[in-house]
Design a binder for this molecule. Structure first.
Ligand SMILES: Cc1cc2nc3c(=O)[nH]c(=O)nc-3n(C[C@H](O)[C@H](O)[C@H](O)COP(=O)(O)O)c2cc1C
Length: 327
């Protein structure tokens, strides 16, 4: 019976959030971040949030930090069907469970991923203790959580009030067994990776590039990427594997196909020209052999290929296989 009540409250929390979530979506997009400037801090009583935090640290290259309670939570403390410690803390607005240790170099981080389990639709009070300990002004905070079934609800909005000077991104709820690819796709959509800068410098380091390659039939074309969140997210996906899709002709000026992933959009009205590689509607890739004016996000420009050759290659058939990859 109590379990049913919990589910009902959790569902209510999710609904309330759905009605009021717009507040968070207006957050600024983060500036690209160096992995050494990313902290993934989490509290996890039964290791589910910990699993997601580890995947985030792996995907971002950030530093993992566990928020450890001074008094650990026993199974009895977490038995929410009883009058347990966790329930008492959640009911008490002034409750601030003490934390063991601290993040001594918090000033060095630009981005804080903050993870927690959902307790009665909210973040556990120990997260409040954590936030009140630091000055997060100017940092980007990215909340994430795990739960039995509830969404992130109003939990992130309530946390936001404790660090108003930070740029809070919309949070994300994961199931307890979130996969590496689900976490990776979310990370890619945030656009936190450093933008491709000086290509030579990056290539020397062996870790970054600003060039991807389109393979159509036996022709390979280099594409120089733009410096934007969509291009960063595409690079992130290509580091995992090549993407092959089918492109179809449209309008007599472009070949369009579904990428199979959504990338962050920063659409603006532009005139696309032959050789442009464009993101349309967040999840379609468009290769131009002619010209068109519309609202797009530019991903990059084909290199060392004439517009005549592009047209010949792209219009060889309707339904061409295109593979995008890295070297
Ligand atoms: C006190 C308490 C309250 C909880 N309240 C909710 C809730 O409102 N909605 C929900 O879906 N799950 C709820 N859960 C389940 C946890 O959110 C879920 O098990 C979570 O993944 C645990 O994460 P952890 O292993 O990192 O501690 C609650 C668990 C506890 C202990």
């Amino acid at each position: 019976m109590k379990k049913k009540l919990l589910i009902l409250i959790a569902a209510l929390c999710s609904l309330l959030f759905a009605l009021s979530a717009c507040g968070e979506s207006g957050a600024e997009k983060p500036a690209p971040a160096d992995p050494s400037k990313i902290l993934v801090a989490y509290f996890s009583a039964t290791h589910h949030t910990e699993g997601v935090a580890e995947k985030i640290a792996q995907a971002t290259g950030g530093t993992l930090h566990e928020i450890v309670p001074e008094t650990p939570y026993t199974a009895e403390d977490l038995d929410y069907n009883s009058d347990c410690r966790a329930n008492a803390e959640q009911r008490d607005p002034s409750s601030r469970p003490a934390i063991q240790g601290s993040v001594e170099n918090m000033a060095e981080y630009d981005v804080l991923f903050l993870g927690y389990p959902i307790w009665w639709g909210e973040a556990p009070k120990i997260i409040y203790t954590f936030l009140e300990e630091y000055d997060l002004t100017g940092k980007t905070v990215v909340p994430f959580c795990t739960s039995g079934s509830s969404g992130i609800g109003s939990s992130a909005q309530h946390l936001h009030a404790l660090a108003e000077g930070a740029n809070w991104l919309e949070g994300k709820r994961f199931p307890q067994d979130a996969s590496e690819s689900a976490v990776g796709e979310w990370i890619a959509s945030l656009g936190l990776k450093p933008a491709a800068g000086d290509p030579e410098e990056k290539t020397e380091s062996g870790t970054m590039t600003d060039t991807i390659y389109l393979t159509i039939g036996d022709r390979e074309i280099a594409v120089k990427l733009e410096k934007n969140a969509a291009a960063d997210a595409l690079l992130e996906l290509l580091r995992e594997s090549d993407i092959t899709y089918t492109a179809h002709g449209y309008g007599g000026f472009e070949m369009v196909g579904a990428l199979g992933h959504s990338l962050p959009r920063s659409d603006e009205r532009m005139t696309a020209e032959a050789g442009d590689v464009i993101l349309y509607s967040g999840d379609q890739i468009v290769l131009f052999y002619g010209s068109n004016t519309w609202s797009y996000t530019k991903l990059g420009k084909m290199q060392d290929v004439s517009s005549g050759e592009i047209e010949e290659l792209l219009t060889a058939a309707d339904g061409i296989a295109v593979t995008i990859g890295l070297k």
